[in-house]
Design a binder for this molecule. Structure first.
Ligand code: DX5
Ligand code: ZN
Length: 236
């Protein structure tokens, strides 16, 4: 299973980990597909976490790839530096970017997967034409800023429309969801078309984060597979 790329990924968020022991906390999630690193600036969101120097160190010691979620203003200036640090993927908020296409191209040119995030009230439709510029679309399922919030079911239609657009255009763009993902809500998110799941409290809040990852992955894979057996537009 680990030898082939998964179509369904579990990315634990270290926002719910012990910030004094990050290296040890990473070792507890060695079976994750990637580690989700929430960067907050107390400006774009009302919370503050870690910045580039800490992320650069995490990149050096992590047993799994890093998936940065930049909840920061001035993101056009800062995001490329995260790509330069060698991160697997760098996700910026479209609401914080002056030139999202330029930024996505810059991230890819520096060797990172380009992710773009939408706050819950940001519609996906204005951005569908730029899907080929992206490797991942992050649909926030809570207001960004804090872990442990309840999943917003009202986001499910947006996930469905994004999945339909991805399938319809034939591009290879992952759909990530972040916020309130649990063993219960992951099924609904996957059935709607999400295939990369961020989970903070539902992983690090459990006695065995590794077991929690396996349980979430099993549910996500099952629900996503049932979704993708429905007829999709065919590529030529
Ligand atoms: C919230 C962060 C999330 C957060 C999710 O703004 O972007 O990544 O860690 O935490 P849970 O899974 O507990 O909702
Ligand atoms: Zn996040």
């Amino acid at each position: 299973m680990s030898s082939s790329p998964r179509n369904c990924c579990i990315n634990p968020s270290i926002l719910s980990a012990d910030f004094v022991n990050l290296e040890a906390e990473l070792a507890r999630i060695g079976n994750a597909d990637a580690v989700h690193v929430d960067v907050m600036d107390n400006h774009f969101v009302p919370n503050l976490t870690i910045g580039l120097p800490v992320v650069e160190r995490l990149q050096k010691v992590s047993p799994v790839p890093l998936d940065a979620h930049l909840m920061i203003s001035n993101v056009d200036r800062w995001a490329p530096q995260f790509a330069d640090a060698g991160l697997h993927s760098v996700t910026f908020h479209v609401e914080a970017s002056d030139a999202p296409i330029k930024l996505a191209r810059e991230l890819r040119a520096r060797g990172a997967k380009a992710g773009m995030a939408l706050r819950p009230a940001t519609p996906v439709e204005p951005y569908l034409d730029m899907l080929p510029e992206l490797d991942m679309l992050l649909i926030m399922t809570v207001e960004p800023g804090f872990g442990g919030q309840a999943f917003l079911d009202v986001m499910l239609p947006k996930i469905r429309r994004a999945r339909a657009a991805v399938e319809g255009s034939g591009v290879n763009v992952a759909i990530q969801v972040d916020g309130g993902i649990t063993e219960e809500t992951i099924t609904r998110a996957a059935e709607a078309g999400a295939n990369v799941f961020v989970a903070g409290s539902a992983v690090y809040g459990k006695p065995s984060p590794a077991d929690a990852i396996e349980a979430l992955r099993a549910k996500g894979q099952l629900a996503f597979a049932s979704k993708t057996t429905t007829p999709e537009p065919r590529k030529a």
